[in-house]
Structure formats: structure tokens, C-alpha cells
Design a protein around this ligand. Structure first.
Ligand SMILES: Cc1cc2nc3c(=O)[nH]c(=O)nc-3n(C[C@H](O)[C@H](O)[C@H](O)COP(=O)(O)OP(=O)(O)OC[C@H]3O[C@@H](n4cnc5c(N)ncnc54)[C@H](O)[C@@H]3O)c2cc1C
Length: 262
């Protein structure tokens, strides 16, 4: 029997993580399970201002085994953004049309020695869902890097969890946060700039042919880091990406690079 693609999900918990980012926990209203793999995303479906249904994607930020039957999202409110403002308007008990899970941005089996996770902002959400898997891999002898770039210190989402992991596994989990525009009152003593600030350290510490990289967040970071890693000997197979962007509005054609036919 074909499975219904869409299902309603109900908000069961809301937690503000920063001025612009909230963590929302939802569960399927029909009580069915929602099996997923850490790194996958869910879609929300809602009508736009013309009544046309549009969708937005959000990575699941809770480990699958943490909340059976439930899933968490971590969403940044974008000014005038339809999907993110909708999520920020929800309260406990509200429901929303959803579908999923989708996506292949998941940890590979039998990975190489170094696993380099790179995120900007809420792009850290899939990695948070991976924490139990990351622990297992560290314990199996892998080394995990998290290069995490944000604008302001309060956007270092789940910072304490990353710091705890690094404290528990000083050689196995290398947490590298970087802030591009620290506010003077935030007393940030870490590096200022972008995730590319850590490329020199990676150059000195890892062998690209024994490493895999995952890049998640704003498209500009992904394009830049991907190019930088490919130059260093990573390959298309060893750089996995998840670009956080909205789909084009309904009816709008996507521009293709010259010479590419659809
Ligand atoms: C696979 C996948 C997973 C994703 N996971 C997450 C997630 O876990 N958390 C999350 O917050 N987002 C995530 N996104 C991005 C999300 O789907 C939306 O693109 C984002 O919430 C903006 O949608 P919106 O409807 O609010 O804004 P829109 O109505 O699409 O855009 C409104 C305006 O804001 C601009 N804009 C759009 N995004 C941003 C931005 N990030 N910063 C500044 N301006 C912007 C647009 O260019 C436009 O001008 C993911 C995207 C994908 C493809």
C-alpha cells in the first residue's frame, strides 16, 4: 500500500537558542513513527501569499534515537522569510503540514580517518543529530573536526554540547568555532573570521586521501570551502555538501550554466 506522503506534525516544545534561532520539537500528529538517519531533513508545506503551496526544508537536529516518534528543528528567522517566520510563529500544540525524511547528507559507513564537518549558522543542525554516531566513530579511532562559523557569539548553537564533546575526547573531537562579527560586549576571545581560517591547520594535520568533508550552510561558504578542499586533494566523492537555500518561487525558471540543457 502506498504511504501517504504528507503528514501533520504538532509542536511539542519550543526553545529560543538565540535572538534569531529557535529549536522546535515536533511529533507526527497521527502517532506514527518517523524513522530517519542523522543528517536528513524534513519539508514543511504551506500556502504562499497567493495561496499556492510552497515548501521549505529543515534539517533534523535531534539524534533519531533521542526522541522516538519526534524530531527537532533548529530554524533561523529570516526577515520577510515565509517558512522561517511561520516556524517562529508556532506555539506548543500548533500543527503544520510536513513530509519526509529526505536527503543523503549522512555519515558514510567505513569512513577514512579524519571526518571534517564544516557549518555556518544553523548548518550545524545535522551534525548535532549525528552526535551519538560521532561518539561511536571517535571511540573507533576516527578524528572528527567541527569547523563552525557564525556572525555573532550567540549564534554558536549548541556550543556547550560541542565543548563537552571536545573536553571528553580531546584528541578525537576538534571543535573550531569562529565568529565573523563579534559584538564588543560578547567578550569573545576565540578566532574572528570565517571557517576558511582553519585551512592551514587542516593542511598541517590531515591527509586529504584519508579524510572526508561535510559542508553545510550558506551556499557561498560551501562553494568557497569546496573549491579550497578540492585544490588540496579532496575529491568530488570526499566532499559532501548540503546548501541551505530556498527553492525558486513557483513558476520561476532556474538559470542553468551556459551549455547545459535540462
Ligand atoms: C536541505 C536543506 C536543509 C535546510 N535546513 C535548514 C535548517 O536546519 N535551519 C534553517 O534555518 N534553514 C534551513 N534551510 C534553509 C531553509 O529551507 C530556508 O531556505 C530558510 O529558512 C529561508 O526560508 P524562508 O521561507 O524563511 O525565506 P524566503 O521566503 O525563502 O526568503 C526571504 C528572503 O530572505 C533571503 N534569505 C533566505 N535565506 C536567508 C538566510 N539564511 N539568511 C539571510 N537571508 C536569507 C532570501 O534571499 C529572500 O530575499 C535548509 C535548506 C535546505 C535546502
Amino acid at each position: 500500500m502506498a504511504r501517504e506522503r504528507y503528514f501533520q506534525s504538532q509542536v511539542v516544545e519550543v526553545r529560543e537558542l538565540s535572538e534569531l534561532v529557535r529549536h522546535v520539537v515536533l511529533e507526527r500528529e497521527d502517532g506514527a513513527a518517523l524513522p530517519y538517519t542523522a543528517g536528513q531533513f524534513i519539508m514543511i508545506h504551506f500556502p504562499d501569499e497567493h495561496g499556492v503551496e510552497i515548501n521549505r526544508s529543515y534539517s533534523m537536529s535531534e539524534p533519531p534515537e533521542a526522541l522516538p516518534g519526534r524530531f527537532g528543528l533548529c530554524v533561523k528567522r529570516v526577515d520577510g522569510g515565509r517558512g522561517s517566520e511561520l516556524i517562529h510563529s508556532l506555539g506548543e500544540g500548533d500543527t503544520i503540514k510536513t513530509s519526509g525524511p529526505y536527503g543523503r547528507f549522512v555519515l558514510k559507513n567505513a569512513p577514512p580517518r579524519d571526518i571534517v564537518l564544516v557549518a555556518t549558522g544553523t548548518g550545524v543542525a545535522p551534525y548535532r543529530a549525528m552526535i551519538p554516531e560521532l561518539r561511536a566513530r571517535i571511540e573507533a579511532g576516527h578524528r572528527i573536526w567541527l569547523l563552525f562559523g557564525v556572525r555573532t557569539v550567540d549564534e554558536l548553537l549548541y556550543h556547550d554540547e560541542w565543548r563537552d564533546l571536545a573536553t571528553q575526547h580531546p584528541d578525537g573531537f576538534l571543535y573550531r568555532p569562529v565568529v565573523s562579527r563579534p559584538r564588543p560586549e560578547a567578550s569573545w576571545s576565540g578566532p574572528v573570521g570565517y571557517v576558511s581560517a582553519f585551512l592551514d591547520e587542516l593542511d598541517a594535520a590531515i591527509a586529504p586521501d584519508d579524510a572526508i568533508a561535510y559542508l553545510c550552510g550558506v551556499p557561498a561558504m560551501i562553494d568557497d570551502m569546496r573549491a579550497a578542499l578540492l585544490e588540496r586533494g579532496f575529491t568530488r566523492r570526499t566532499v559532501k555538501t548540503e546548501k541551505y537555500a530556498s527553492p525558486p518561487p513557483p513558476g520561476k525558471k532556474v538559470a542553468l550554466p551556459p551549455g547545459k540543457a535540462r
